[in-house]
Design a protein around this ligand. Structure first.
Ligand code: ATP
Length: 319
């Protein structure tokens, strides 16, 4: 591999810039040429690439979003689109590609790998829904944003003896709700992985009230239900008027935490080194401190296991 490209794709996440920086700097350090593709696979099809130098990625390690921008690209779903993408890279003499994104972006990288482009995929998504890595780039920052929001809600809830429902992101994966809920002492955590019963949630709230708790926090992942739906269910069952806060895209913004920057730096550098070793069609991750490679095929066909131990811990501690 002599020349590589890097792109960000799907939803953006904090730390994508740190990952782009690591890919570019590591490639240059190792004497490779490196190109940035603007707006994901769409930019690839539009031949929207520019050569990067050391300064192209200056002053971005601390920024949210992605300087390469991101997009969803329908054309790239077809074999013709994928062939066109591979041709664009080949015409420019680029033989390696690092894709930073979620599940769908991984599948795109795999298709390009089958067309002879050496590809590595990095988990760039706040949802933490990519298996074979403990954490995805952006997750840590998203969780701290939710924890910070719940801290603020707590102040006013305690003063007014109110309950709060906080709806967070996570369509298939409840990790943001789980980690933020545990870290902020939520009474109830509702995630897509664990079936919930609104009667039990209501009873828990009543029990807590009788044991002297005058406020409670419920964190719900969007993939399990909505804040409004839970709120209506509780109003029908207990004498409460819970306030619903939907955090939305706030969770995807802001400066990445040091954990996300370090994860992104390690993974970006690892991806470049693995491309230089001739590896392709792999997802990069860190499991218990160890850098790992897993076939993209396996990554996209495996559901990330849910951490029931943490979930049960949160339940035990929230009495
Ligand atoms: P997020 O987790 O934030 O949604 P994502 O990477 O899963 O991120 P998608 O919109 O699913 O986001 O995928 C991003 C892009 O990857 C798509 O717009 C498309 O261009 C490409 N892509 C998705 N699925 C495939 C596939 N099966 N084959 C080829 N390319 C794909």
């Amino acid at each position: 591999v002599k020349s590589i490209a890097v792109l960000t794709s799907g939803g953006d996440s904090q730390g994508m810039n740190a990952a782009v920086r690591a890919v570019v700097r590591s490639a240059l350090y190792h004497g490779l040429e490196v190109y940035g593709v603007q707006r994901g696979y769409q930019g690839l099809l539009n031949n929207d690439l520019r050569q990067m130098d050391l300064r192209s990625v200056g002053d971005i390690i601390q920024r949210g979003g992605t300087i390469l921008q991101t997009a969803r690209c329908k054309e790239f779903l077809s074999p013709e689109g994928q062939q066109q993408g591979a041709d664009v890279l080949r015409d420019r003499g680029i033989d390696g590609l690092v894709v930073i994104g979620g599940d769908g972006s991984y599948q795109g990288a795999n298709k390009l790998s089958k067309l002879g482009i050496k590809t590595m995929a990095l988990p760039g998504t706040i949802d933490n829904d990519i298996p074979f890595t403990d954490f995805t780039i952006g997750f840590d920052t998203a969780v701290s944003i939710v924890v910070d929001a719940i801290n603020k809600l707590r102040d006013t809830m305690t003063s007014h003896e109110r309950s709060s429902i906080v709806e967070v992101m996570g369509r298939r994966c409840g990790d943001i709700a789980l980690f933020a809920g545990l870290a902020s002492g939520a009474e109830t955590i509702i995630v897509p992985e664990v079936p919930f019963d609104i009667d039990l949630v209501a009873n828990r709230m009543k029990d807590n009230f009788h044991s002297g708790k005058r406020h409670s926090i419920i964190v719900v992942a969007e993939g399990a239900s909505t804040g409004d739906e839970i709120g209506r269910g509780l109003m029908e069952r207990c004498d409460v008027d819970p306030r619903v806060t939907v955090l939305g895209h706030v969770q995807r913004g802001g400066n990445p935490t040091h954990n996300d920057r370090i994860l992104a730096s390690q993974l970006g550098d690892f991806a470049v080194r693995m491309l230089m070793e001739g590896k392709s069609g792999k997802g990069c991750g860190i499991i218990r401190g160890e850098l790992t490679l897993t076939d993209i095929e396996k990554v996209v066909n495996t559901k990330k296991p849910f951490n029931m131990e943490l979930y049960n811990l949160a339940l035990r501690l929230s009495l």
